[in-house]
Design a protein around this ligand. Structure first.
Ligand SMILES: [Zn+2]
Length: 310
C-alpha cells in the first residue's frame, strides 16, 4: 500500500495554552491529554498503518497553543473539504465531576455508536489484560453541534444528588423564597437544592433549545442569553447568602471537539470520536493516566485500528 493511500487520522489533544481544561488531583487536563496524544502519535507513526497528525501540527501551531474547540472543528472541516479527506478524528479529553467516586472511560460519539463501543470495548479489554481496570459505564451520545458546550463539573454533583427537575418560574420562585428562609437557619443543603433546581430549569431550556434548533445565529443568541441569566442568578444567590461560603464555583462553559455534524450534510461529515480517558477528579484515574499515558495511547490506537478495520 502506498503511503498516501493509508487512512488519514487526526489526533486532537483537548484544551491547552490558556485553557487548562479540567483540573484535579494536582493535574491539568490539557497536559494529560497532550501526554496521551503525543504517545498515540508516536505509536501510529511507528506502525505505519495510518497517516497520523495532530490538529495543531497540521495548522502549524505549537501543541500547547490556545485554540478553541470550535475553531479546531472549523479548521478540520475546511481541511477535509479543501485539502484532503480526513478518515478519522480522535479527540482526547478527561472527564471531571465533583463526585470523587465518578471514574472510568467514556467514549462520546454523534452517530457512531457502534464505533464508540468498539473503542470502549477494545480499550477496557486491553487494559484489563494488563491488570488495569479503566471501565466506566459508558458510551455517550453528543449533540449535533460543532462544539459541545457543557457545564462545569462543579454542578454535576447537584444533579446527581437532586436529579434533573423542570418547573415553571413561579414554582421556582416560591421554592426559592422558602429555601431562602431555610438558609437563614443555616441549612446548607437547601442551598444545594435551590441552586440545582434553578440551574436545572435553565440548563434544560438551553439543552432543548440546542437540540431543537439547527445551529444558527438566533438560537445561539438565545442560549447565550439564557446562560447569562443563569450566571447572574448565581451571583444573586451568593449575595443573598452573606456569610455562607458559596458551595458552587462560578458557572463556566467549556467546549470539547466534535467535528461530525450530521446537519451539515453527508459530504462534510468527518468520522470522529471523543474519548474521555478517565476522571481527573478521581484520584485513581488521574494518577493512572499521568503514570501510564503510553498504555492509554496503545489501547486507543488498537481501538482505532479495529474501527478502521486495518
Ligand atoms: Zn476536556
Amino acid at each position: 500500500m502506498s503511503k498516501s493511500s493509508l487512512p488519514l487520522v487526526f489526533l486532537d489533544a483537548g484544551h491547552g495554552g490558556k485553557d487548562p481544561g479540567a483540573i484535579g488531583n494536582g493535574y491539568k487536563e490539557a497536559s494529560l491529554n497532550r501526554a496521551i496524544a503525543k504517545r498515540l502519535l508516536e505509536k501510529l507513526c511507528d506502525e505505519k498503518r495510518v497517516r497520523a497528525i495532530l490538529t495543531h501540527q497540521a495548522a502549524g501551531k505549537d501543541i500547547n497553543e490556545t485554540w478553541a474547540a470550535r475553531d479546531r472543528a472549523a479548521f478540520l472541516r475546511d481541511y477535509n473539504s479543501s485539502k484532503e479527506k480526513i478518515d478519522y478524528v480522535l479527540s482526547i479529553h478527561l472527564n471531571s465531576s465533583t463526585s470523587q467516586s465518578a471514574s472510568g472511560l467514556v467514549v462520546c460519539h454523534n452517530s457512531r455508536e457502534k464505533e464508540a463501543w468498539m473503542m470502549y470495548n477494545t480499550m477496557t479489554e486491553l487494559a484489563r489484560k494488563e491488570g488495569f481496570n479503566i471501565e466506566g459505564n459508558r458510551v455517550e451520545k453528543i449533540q449535533d453541534r460543532p462544539d459541545l458546550a457543557i457545564l462545569r463539573a462543579s454542578l454535576l454533583k447537584l444533579f446527581e444528588k437532586n436529579g434533573l427537575k423542570i418547573g415553571d418560574k413561579k414554582e421556582f420562585e416560591d421554592y426559592f423564597k422558602k429555601a431562602t428562609d431555610n438558609f437563614k437557619g443555616g441549612i446548607a443543603d437547601s442551598l444545594d437544592k435551590v441552586i440545582a433546581d434553578r440551574v436545572s430549569i435553565l440548563m434544560a431550556t438551553i439543552r432543548d433549545e440546542r437540540s431543537a434548533n439547527k445551529p444558527s445565529a438566533a438560537s445561539e443568541k438565545k442560549t447565550e442569553s439564557l446562560e447569562k441569566e443563569m450566571e447572574s442568578l448565581r451571583k444573586k444567590e451568593c449575595a443573598i447568602l452573606t456569610g455562607i461560603e458559596p458551595l458552587v464555583k462560578p458557572y463556566e462553559k467549556y467546549s470539547v471537539l466534535c467535528v461530525e455534524n450530521p446537519q451539515e450534510g453527508k459530504d462534510l461529515r468527518i468520522p470522529a470520536l471523543l474519548v474521555e480517558t478517565g476522571f481527573i477528579s478521581n484520584k485513581e484515574d488521574a494518577n493512572r493516566i499521568a503514570k501510564y499515558p503510553k498504555n492509554y495511547a496503545v489501547w486507543m490506537g488498537e481501538g482505532l485500528y479495529k474501527i478502521l478495520q486495518i
